[in-house]
Design a protein around this ligand. Structure first.
Ligand SMILES: Cc1cc2nc3c(=O)[nH]c(=O)nc-3n(C[C@H](O)[C@H](O)[C@H](O)COP(=O)(O)OP(=O)(O)OC[C@H]3O[C@@H](n4cnc5c(N)ncnc54)[C@H](O)[C@@H]3O)c2cc1C
Length: 459
């Protein structure tokens, strides 16, 4: 079939794979030759929320992508700067006739898409790729967006899903185009111990997906809330960076017999659409009732929180897992986030930023949603009076203390009972470990008063 274009550009963004990449497949179908480019942004230098482990993962993804593109008779061009300026230069250098890319889900990425559409004088083809359903596809009967997860998921789950496409056979890019070298951490003057982090790149991600599909997802409903078990799929960073396709994952996961797993995928898209329709959540509480809450000023307790030295074993274990691996189990994310907002009475935005800095799967929409849920301020959030008790959560979800002992070696010999309640004498439960920095029961009351008073003052 005759091709529409001789040469086009595919701009890689959060879709760092060749398999079932919607815009890339469209580009290959439309053009004789496809020039592949990734534009490194200056965010890494300027933005505090881009952490070392995320950047390392990105480097590995780009290295893997570059190798895979080489096999398809192409070459990955690396540029750095503003996307509009860099793509404009590349268009001039290559005489490309169109640009293809997959749409982003956050307002920062969308702003760039608008700039391209306005300023490039060649056709711009943008595709919806990172979710099964775009934000405009799942609306209430009256055409307005959902604000509550359960009705959203009831509508989302039965909707027909697109099947995954294949992998391009060739990119046939004959031009030699100037490129920066593949980035390494030194490029950003960063240094990281990666020994406990998952490897980035399509090959590693596909191996993880195979493992998840063959074991973790079929037992997901039983083990997903047990942080010491490998009970969840561990694919969040791959969905975030697009090293696996959501369509491929969904299609294969459907036959694993875990309705709950599919519902988790719906949570991801629920938060995507919240951010799309209500971008103000990045700055303020989704629920207007809770705007202007008098959060406390961060002090040395916040410093202890960030180091995993609160004297609350489950909280410290979570933070230390995060600092070591760039990941934290979902159950523990909730406990930790409630601890920051309900025990330390600190603004959820501080936690949101801290997580974004350290999570390899840092996803603006899900992270914001998770923090606002825990703070009680978000869309379909836990009500403010539902405050998780870190001690009883430990008893319930880490009864033997296996998770805690993995991440807090000081507690290796401490009996499990001591991990499930504050020390009665107030003394450290193990040498080198901290006494609890606060009394949960007392701080719970402070939170209830704070929220109630705020509501009364506003009404
Ligand atoms: C405070 C807080 C912050 C969070 N920040 C992020 C974040 O930055 N990035 C991120 O991907 N997830 C975030 N989550 C959601 C969740 O913790 C992670 O998606 C999950 O732990 C990833 O592990 P997994 O891949 O093994 O998940 P699984 O349990 O195997 O779930 C499968 C996939 O479903 C999606 N998912 C699962 N739970 C949620 C959820 N509650 N919200 C949105 N998507 C979900 C993820 O893409 C995940 O990979 C956050 C949750 C909380 C409470």
């Amino acid at each position: 079939m005759a091709k529409r274009y001789t040469r086009v550009i595919h701009w890689f963004r959060r879709d760092l794979r060749l398999t079932d990449n919607t815009a890339l497949l469209a580009a290959c179908e439309a053009a004789e030759e496809v020039v592949s480019v990734y534009v490194l942004s200056h965010w890494a230098k300027e933005h505090p929320w881009t952490g070392t482990k995320r950047q390392l993962f990105l480097c590995q993804c780009l290295e893997s992508l570059s190798k895979n593109i080489d096999h398809l008779q192409g070459a990955l061009v690396i540029r750095e700067g503003e996307a509009l300026a860099e793509l404009t230069k590349l268009i001039n250098e290559t005489n490309a006739e169109a640009v293809f890319f997959n749409q982003d889900v956050d307002p920062f990425g969308k702003k760039i898409e608008t700039q391209l559409a306005e300023h490039l004088d060649i056709p711009v083809h943008s595709h919806q790729d990172s979710s099964l359903h775009g934000p405009g596809e799942v609306l209430k009967g009256d055409g307005t967006p959902y604000r509550v997860y359960t009705p959203y998921s009831k509508r989302w789950l039965p909707l027909p899903k697109t099947s995954p496409g294949g992998k391009p056979k060739t990119l046939r890019s004959s031009l030699t185009v100037n490129s920066l070298p593949l980035p390494t951490l030194e490029h950003w003057q960063l240094d990281s111990d990666s020994s406990d982090c998952l490897e980035g790149g399509e090959k590693a991600a596909r191996a993880r997906m195979r493992e998840a599909l063959s074991s973790r997802i079929s037992t997901y409903d039983s083990f997903r809330d047990v942080p010491s078990a490998s009970g969840t799929s561990r694919l969040s960073q791959d969905l975030r960076w697009g090293t696996i396709s959501i369509r491929e994952l969904y299609q294969n996961a459907r036959s694993c017999g875990s309705p709950q797993y599919l519902k988790e995928l719906a949570w991801r898209e629920f938060y995507f659409q919240i951010l799309h329709h209500f971008p103000e959540v990045l700055h303020c509480e989704f629920n207007p009732d809770w705007r202007g809450l008098p959060w406390f000023t961060p002090d040395e307790k916040f410093e202890a929180f960030k180091k995993g030295e609160t004297g609350f074993p489950i909280v410290d274990a979570g933070i230390r897992e995060l600092l070591t691996t760039g990941f934290m189990h979902n159950r523990v994310r909730m406990i930790v986030a409630m601890f920051l907002t309900k025990d330390l009475h600190l603004d959820w935005r501080l936690g949101e930023q801290f997580f974004m800095q350290h999570l390899v799967d840092g996803e603006i929409a899900s992270n914001n949603g998770g923090w606002q849920w825990s703070a009680g301020t978000g869309a379909d959030a836990a009500p403010y009076f539902r405050i998780q008790n870190p001690w009883s959560q430990t008893k319930r979800f880490d009864p033997k203390g296996d998770y805690i002992r993995t991440w807090v070696p000081e507690l290796i010999d401490v009996p499990e009972k001591s991990l499930q309640a504050p020390p009665e004498d107030g003394l450290p439960i193990a040498r080198g470990y901290h006494s609890p920095i606060l009394d949960h029961a007392k701080e719970r009351q402070v939170t209830l008063t704070l929220f109630k008073k705020h509501r009364a003052e506003r009404s």
